[in-house]
Design a protein around this ligand. Sequence first.
Ligand code: ARG
Ligand code: ZN
Length: 897
Amino acid sequence: MSDNASSTVIRRADYTPPAFLIDSVALEFDLAPARTIVRNTMRVRRNPDAAPAPHLELLGEALEVLGARLDGAPHGAVRAHEHGLTVENVPEAFELTLESACAPDQNTTLSGLYVSSGNFFTQCEAEGFRRITYFLDRPDVMASYTVTLRADKAAYPVLLSNGNLVDSGDLPDGRHFAQWEDPFRKPSYLFALVAGKLVAIEEQITTGSGKEKLLQVWVEPADLDKTRHAMDSLIHSIRWDEQRFGLKLDLDRFMIVAVGDFNMGAMENKGLNIFNTKYVLANPETATDTDFANIESVVGHEYFHNWTGNRVTCRDWFQLSLKEGLTVFRDQEFSADMAAGDDVASTARAVKRIEDVRVLRQLQFAEDAGPMAHPVRPESYVEINNFYTMTVYEKGSEVVRMYQTLFGRDGFRKGMDLYFKRHDGQAVTCDDFRHAMADANGRDLAQFERWYSQAGTPRVSVRTAYDAAARRYTVTLAQGYGDASPAARETQQGPLLIPFAIGLIGRDGRDLPLRLDGEAAASGTTRVLDITDTEQTFTFVDVPEQPLPSLLRNFSSPVIVEYDYSDDDLAFLLAHDSDPFNRWEAGQRLATRALLTLAARAAANEPLTLGENFIAAFRRVLTDANLSPAFRELALTLPSETYLADQMAEADPAAVHRARQFVRRQLATALRADWLAAYEQHQTPGAYEPTPEASGRRALKNLALAYLAELDDPADAVRVASAQYDASNNMTDRAAALGALLSAAAAGANEPAEHALDDFYRRFEKEALVIDKWFAMQAAQRGTPAQPTLAKVRKLLAHPAFNLKNPNRARSLIFSFCAANPAQFHAADGSGYAFWAEQVLALDAINPQVAARLARSLELWRRFTPALRDRMRDALEQVAAGAKSRDVREIVEKALA
Ligand code: ARG
Ligand code: ZN
């Protein structure tokens, strides 16, 4: 690996078009694990729209040059250097053939060409193609690709690349070949190849336009029984994109391939999507309801990229959200439509919205409050792989959603149609997308650009006043950023355009009809107010009584709302709001308030108590049969420890943990009979089905079990959980039962937990994804003073099934401890941080991308109590002193700056 310790900053403002263009590429691979030879023949010409350059500068990394020919003749004027290859003395237009070698079986970075379980795979986004061959490896250079793969036929019977198979056959010495042609021009980051011993399930489908298409899901032979759900999800995705956006599959063949070693979730390579096995393989015995849902959404996501990403791609990596924010929005809408059909008001839709917002608020808001805060369209980066972030993806999706909130589904569709009409086949910017939305809807969206350029989470503070005599209700909305982090503050220039959805609720719990001052008549019960100034007042007229405002319905923009609700107001909203998102939100606010008060008391070693009203509000939700089980499960789940700690002036994970455990125990005890009843009432007899209905029932039932496991006497929970563990026909129930037994172990019932852990391991020894769960559950386990979780984690590092080189396994043990077990990770003695530093440095030498993700677990160190802060700084400094990769250095240097 080259020493890339120097941290060069790449800036958006420095963008220049490429000096050369590449029209076509012919790649020939002689595949062998130790040394693969790549011959790359490119048609190159000078870019008429760029400043002339003296030489052709190609990017390349970890390559060995074997030869160069220009227009057929040997070309001596090539110079290999740290970042690539300089080709001197080049004419206006020419053919360049380069031959180079790489070592796939030494490639532990999983970027470029690598080997996983003996098969070959590639990952080129963002800058992996340069590890395969020298190239203008940037998204605005789009070329046509022809790919010839040659390999030993017995070892690599399947040879795949992008597009259509145009030729194949046998070669001497037991070798064979396949030639693939991609009919669409594409940037190099969308190139892919796969070679090895794989099998596929296939479907033939006919698209709206009557064309036959071949769909395949390729996996290792033992996994063929876990491909049906991914295939169904693919077919549903194709249908959905035709119906909702009029976008058709443009290839005759579409392939998904699963690989066990993968840095991220999946990759949208043209016609040859490559997936982490975690987002492909599922059957009822091995995958949970969450896994099934994730597979549907990731299959959708990658498929939808075919239009939003591939047909129209990014000009440069600063525009990453152009494709990622938009495609996350599309996959969220797809999942919502799959769950709810056309019913816009269905709670299944709200359940999906709540799940998405919960992720945004826990992870993206935190990112936006720390040293890695960046706008949806970043201004600079050191390592682009560090910018595949919650901000670019999830906040980016919220920004796209706001167009739909402003213009409605039809207006949004018009904007999409115009975007494709203008930019099909091009590499464009976030501005191009915004302009298409603006022009299609006849609206000036200049101010809206700030959503792309300003970092930090906006705050909207709300004041209300009711004038009974005049029957007027005024709502004053003021926007700002509060005390944003320095990284965010420097990007902030002015007020945003915030679509703010609001309803007013009367004393009987019903929505009041809404009429704004100046309007002829009332219409509707939810209004979207467009906030454009720092402070604005909206007046509702004809308001018969003092209402309770329901603010930011359905989370209409990614902001924090500040309003002085009383506890009674929140309980009322939780019971009555017609907007299911805000019902959930009211419950979360109520719980957050109570938990933060308790955390402060816990920190001061004062006794803890929980009010009767709080318990009563929870009991009402639990026993309200009008609410769907899925919704009840969400409403009865307390805000996470991480989220709560983030809300404190100084984060104190131990105090939060004590407070939250106290409330869980109180709710378990006070509602014991109700939990038991809910457990019994929400069984799902019969064959397993991953439908929203059935998974909602399982979710509530298993939440009930989790609460029962908090009881001081865990005997009931152990009995119920053991029975469920043995009887379950699906992983959702089996894993939940094991989880409950692990909780009960913290209350002293060790033996049943150990027994179930052993059984689980033996039963699923051959299922890598299930063994990941086995590691993850133990790393996230509560731990006691006598049995700290870290001791267990360290023991598991030496387990024969542990492998640091496999990202899923590393995540299951190490990340689960460092990111999903705050109380144990933030142990007062700093042992968690020492472990973190050790593991970041170990991963840094193997896989910088994965190492940099882990490095981020300490970035919010300045927000913690002084004692923890000092220990965190020590650990960060240790990593800063030892890390070699640009990836990790960027994270820890920004954290310490
Ligand atoms: N484009 C992929 C997706 O969102 C993500 C690939 C990111 N890979 C990386 N190494 N940064 O579907
Ligand atoms: Zn994506």
